[in-house]
Design a protein around this ligand. Structure first.
Ligand SMILES: [Zn+2]
Length: 161
């Protein structure tokens, strides 16, 4: 049994109770949240979001460069006018280097991935600041408020950086 088939089962009861079928496409709160894919983080619960409120763009680390494509779409086509960046304590991105992961991939696949940036970091506060600055300075991104936070996986608390 795959997890996907478990999803199909779970979705049946979700559909039975579903009431949000007529929400507009653009996010009501006009915000894009860039946040790590870490399984311990539930952005909706942690930030008080509900369906239709926000674009939640997730990737490994919540890295800005990786999210840029989605942020441009979010702003230019769907009207978001604020960005929030959230990285977190105990992030997997703190545990490896580009060189190390490139070697693992090359050893296991025979493919050279030296051109690949996995975007790990070793300073959590700095990674948030770097990604906030990336959005503030990128000419493709609108001049909107950009706020960065660290989410503590032990307490659920966000702290502005
Ligand atoms: Zn993470």
């Amino acid at each position: 049994m795959t997890v996907a088939s478990e999803f199909e089962q779970a979705n049946k009861s979700y559909v039975d109770q579903f009431t949000k079928g007529s929400l507009p496409l653009p996010p009501a709160r006009k915000v894009a949240v860039v946040v790590c894919m870490d399984a311990r983080i539930d952005p909706a619960a942690a930030l008080g979001l509900t369906e239709g409120d926000a674009h939640v763009i997730r990737n490994a680390g919540g890295r800005a460069t990786d999210a840029l494509r989605s942020v441009i779409i979010s702003q230019r086509l769907l009207g978001t006018r604020e960005i929030v960046v959230i990285h977190h304590t105990d992030c997997g991105m703190l545990t490896f280097t580009d060189e190390g992961l490139r070697k693992i991939v090359e050893d296991e696949t025979g493919q050279n991935v030296d051109h690949f940036a996995f975007l790990p970091f070793n300073d959590l506060e700095k990674s948030v600041k770097d990604d906030v600055e990336f959005f503030k300075k990128n000419p493709l991104v609108l001049d909107v408020p950009v706020t960065g936070y660290i989410y503590d996986v032990k307490t659920g608390k966000i702290t502005q950086v």
